[in-house]
Design a protein around this ligand. Structure first.
Ligand code: ADP
Ligand code: MG
Length: 321
């Protein structure tokens, strides 16, 4: 490496950021941390591997945003308040032209989400990055996958399918346009729905973030809650950019099974419907939880049973390398 491991850590990752909950940050064998008394700690880790999750040559600033956006989205899905971040980096070389934009963007995103980088690990090898995030949630208020009840509304934040379309435009190397740049931004720059997750504490009966695709992720809620769901195809929220980029059936297909939208899918008792108007982001009702199991999609031409097809990391056709 052009730069030694310790110099690299000092130069790029020691930010000097202080926080009440951090007694000792980067630089010792462990960080020493002080979770607020009585709160639960929510912990999640996410990994990005070059060739699997992003194309070789991807802008390091985009990689930093994707990494942190995806990891922090899991805190949003639990209704947790972000606190600490640890970072495992495997780098082919210590290239300042790569490290500088990566570290600067990571620091900026971490500040925006309220995460303090408190430690990590740096090794040499094929480019891979893991971000572990830690957040706080009052006991009993975390949003889990297991509380959905028949009759609850199935809701999603934002619009669906954009990220999958953004990936498509990159795979096809398509020329930029307003619609394409919006879709690419949605792919590269997930926006974890943190304040929405916190606003849904104690109200939503279940919640998940959409990382593998709506049908797959909603299936996790349904399986853990022992319910089924009926979804209205016409109610799937599609962005103007997505509808401009592709025809309706493809757009709906990507909304249902394209991954990495990082929107929240949650269930809500019908009596709580008015909450939707008070959330920090737009949320749409797309269907209803039912008895039984599996997802039925209602379209103009009838009903169809959905398989839980989403992004599966061991499916040979879904890699982008
Ligand atoms: P050890 O060998 O005891 O695991 P390291 O030499 O790997 O410690 O790391 C030294 C310090 O730098 C530790 O506090 C570790 O948490 C931190 N660190 C290492 N890599 C990173 C990184 N990529 N980002 C943030 N902190 C890091
Ligand atoms: Mg180490």
């Amino acid at each position: 490496m052009a730069l030694g491991e310790f110099e690299l850590i000092r130069r790029y990752f020691v930010t000097g950021q202080q926080h009440d909950s951090v007694a000792l940050g980067i630089g010792d064998d462990c960080a020493l941390l002080l979770p607020p008394a009585g709160e639960q700690l929510a912990v999640s880790i996410d990994t990005l591997v070059e060739g699997t999750h992003f194309l070789p040559g991807t802008d390091p600033a985009f990689i930093a945003r994707r990494l942190l956006g995806a990891a922090t989205s899991d805190l949003a899905a639990m209704g947790a308040q972000p606190a600490w971040l640890t970072l495992a980096l495997t780098l082919p070389h210590s290239d300042p032209l790569w490290l500088e934009p990566f570290a600067a963007t990571l620091a900026q995103q971490a500040r925006e989400y309220g995460l303090v980088l408190v430690g990590g690990d740096t090794t040499r090898g094929p480019l891979a990055l893991s971000a572990q995030v830690h957040g706080f949630v009052p006991p009993g208020q975390a949003l889990t996958r297991r509380g959905a009840k028949p009759g609850d509304l199935v809701c999603v934040t934002g619009t669906l399918g954009d990220s999958r379309a953004g990936l498509e435009t990159l795979l096809r190397d398509e020329a930029d346009s307003a619609a394409i740049s919006h879709l690419r931004q949605r792919f590269y720059q997930p926006e974890p729905r943190l304040s929405t997750g916190i606003a849904l504490r104690g109200i939503a009966t279940s919640c998940i973030d959409i990382s593998d695709g709506l049908s797959s992720d909603l299936s996790h809620i349904l399986q853990q809650s022992a319910c089924g769901a009926r979804l209205e195809a016409a109610a799937l929220p599609l962005s103007d950019a997505l509808q401009h980029y592709t025809e309706l059936n493809k757009a709906r297909d990507w909304a249902l099974s394209g991954g990495e939208d990082f929107e929240l899918c949650f269930t809500l008792p019908p009596a709580q419907r008015a909450v939707l108007d008070r959330l920090p982001v737009r949320a749409s009702v797309i269907g209803e939880v039912s008895r039984g199991e599996g997802i039925v999609l209602v379209t103009d031409s009838g009903e169809q049973r959905l398989t839980a097809a989403g992004f599966d990391h061991f499916d040979k056709d879904t890699h982008c390398g």
